[in-house]
Write a protein of this length. Structure first.
Length: 478
């Protein structure tokens, strides 16, 4: 309850003296902001209706004396504050004609509110106090504090190593798991102290990633070795991102780290195992190639004792087939990829070898190759290599009889998801009555069979010489 010690007329005289006229008196009364007028001794002169509403009072309730330095609606702590520090503070406000503000906890019959008092000294006498209800702001502050405490508790118990850095890039927090991992105290790790545990070989890279990301305000991820409490270095995966305050200003970085030492060791074991398997596979390709070359050589030696040209040619064809397969295995064991070869390069090498085998007069036959560099899986490369061998051999053996001059074209391209191999010549062509799909020719039987094996289609055109086209998609051999 509030009692006006001085009359309303006195307060209005002060207001008129300070503010001017009746207009400002009306502003005082009608203002939605709680406003109180005190005299120089801190005695209450008048309050506007907004003040009474704020504290749940009415004009009829103003029956007790109220001194601003000993307000009965303040807590004991606030009374002490006003009675000791406050009197000096408010007196200094009057002396220096300035403004001040403070927060007080005010109970009333409706409950509790937080208020902010702004005291302004008037020119001649007394001073004006405006009061704002800041209960919502205080509640938000307490909610934020509780939220912060909640997340800090989560961070403390989180199974990952958590760190936080401020806008100066210095670390200002490490959770319990981090400190347990390093065996250090919070004081030892704060600032740049944590960096002393980074492995010397990883420090420069770690610093570069951290500082670059910090300047750009971008998330980052890095791996480095951190000294464990056992005295051994452990591999750490560190993932961090910038965070921002409620004012949307950059507030620093927060990161979480995971011990990936076991994963690193497992990867190392897998890599070692793969290296061993690669060496073994290279050795297998090398031995298969050698065995095929031995077969080719044996066929060549055996053919020397054969006088019949027909049988001699059969041995030579078998020899070339073995060499065509050996060439693929040679490419594989020399390649970094043990499963795929550059088939364009393979065709050129094979075609040149066959050219020197079958063509006695190189000036009589022109060989033109339009070949794209394409890598094929071994499961496709071996049958396709045999097909190429048969097609090129067939043109070189049969297209240009009796020293006839001519041209052989070899094309290999990838169009969309289909591979297209074309071998054509402008020679004498196939006999009109020959069915290339159903023939006793071993070479054509091999071509048809292996085309089916790779899931391709075989097209033949005998309009101008001979043209075979094979269209296929590479299978999924994973």
């Amino acid at each position: 309850m509030i009692k006006i010690k001085n009359s309303r007329k006195e307060s209005q005289t002060i207001i008129k003296g300070q503010l001017g006229d009746e207009i400002f008196i009306n502003i005082f009364i009608q203002s939605p902001i709680a406003t109180i007028i005190y005299d120089d001794n801190g005695n209450l002169l008048d309050v506007n209706p907004a003040s009474l509403d704020m504290f749940g009072l009415s004009k009829l309730d103003r029956t007790e004396y109220m001194n601003m330095f000993n307000n009965p609606y303040f807590t004991e702590e606030d009374k002490q504050k006003l009675g000791a520090e406050g009197r000096v503070k408010f007196q200094s406000i009057i002396d220096f004609d300035s403004e001040g503000e403070d927060d007080y906890y005010n109970p009333d019959k409706y409950g509790k509110i937080y208020t902010n008092w702004i005291i302004t000294a008037l020119e001649e006498s007394g001073y004006l106090v405006t009061i704002q209800d800041i209960s919502d702001e205080k509640k938000l502050e307490k909610d934020l504090e509780r939220s912060r405490d909640f997340y800090l508790t989560l961070f403390e118990e989180f199974p990952a190593l958590i760190w936080r850095a401020g806008v100066d890039a210095k670390c200002n927090y490490f959770n319990k798991r981090w400190l347990q991992f390093t065996g250090k105290t919070m004081e030892q790790e704060l600032g740049d102290g944590w960096a002393e545990g980074v492995h010397p070989d990883d420090f420069d890279h770690c610093f570069e990633v951290y500082s670059t990301a910090f300047e750009a305000r971008e998330p980052f991820e890095m791996e480095y070795r951190l000294l464990h409490n056992t005295g051994e270095y452990k591999w750490i995966l560190d993932m961090a991102m910038p965070f921002y305050g409620l004012d949307e200003n950059f507030s620093g970085y927060i990161g979480s780290c995971y011990d990936i030492t076991k994963q690193k060791e497992l990867v190392k074991q897998i890599e070692k195992s793969l290296e061993e398997k690669e060496l073994l596979l290279k050795e297998i390709h090398h031995r298969v190639k050698n065995n095929l070359m031995i077969i080719s050589s044996l066929l060549n030696l055996q053919s020397r004792y054969i006088e019949d040209k027909k049988y001699k040619d059969i041995f030579r064809e078998s020899q070339n087939r073995a060499k065509s397969m050996a060439l693929i295995h040679e490419r594989l064991y020399r390649s970094a990829d043990l499963k795929k070869i550059d088939f364009g390069d393979y065709i050129q090498t094979l075609a040149n070898d066959l050219f020197h085998t079958y063509i006695s007069d190189p000036s009589s036959i022109q060989m033109v190759m339009d070949i794209e560099e394409v890598r094929l899986d071994i499961n496709t490369a071996i049958p396709l290599g045999l097909i190429v061998n048969e097609l090129i051999s067939n043109s070189m053996k049969h297209a240009f009889p009796d020293g006839m001059k001519g041209k052989i074209n070899i094309d290999f391209h990838l169009e969309d998801d289909e591979f297209i191999l074309t071998v054509r010549d402008n020679g004498v062509g196939f006999p009109k009555d020959l069915d290339y799909k159903n023939t006793e020719s071993l070479g054509l039987q091999i071509i048809n069979s292996l085309t089916d094996q790779i899931g391709g289609t075989l097209e033949f055109d005998g309009t101008h010489g001979t043209e075979f086209k094979i269209i296929f998609k590479e299978g999924d051999y994973s």
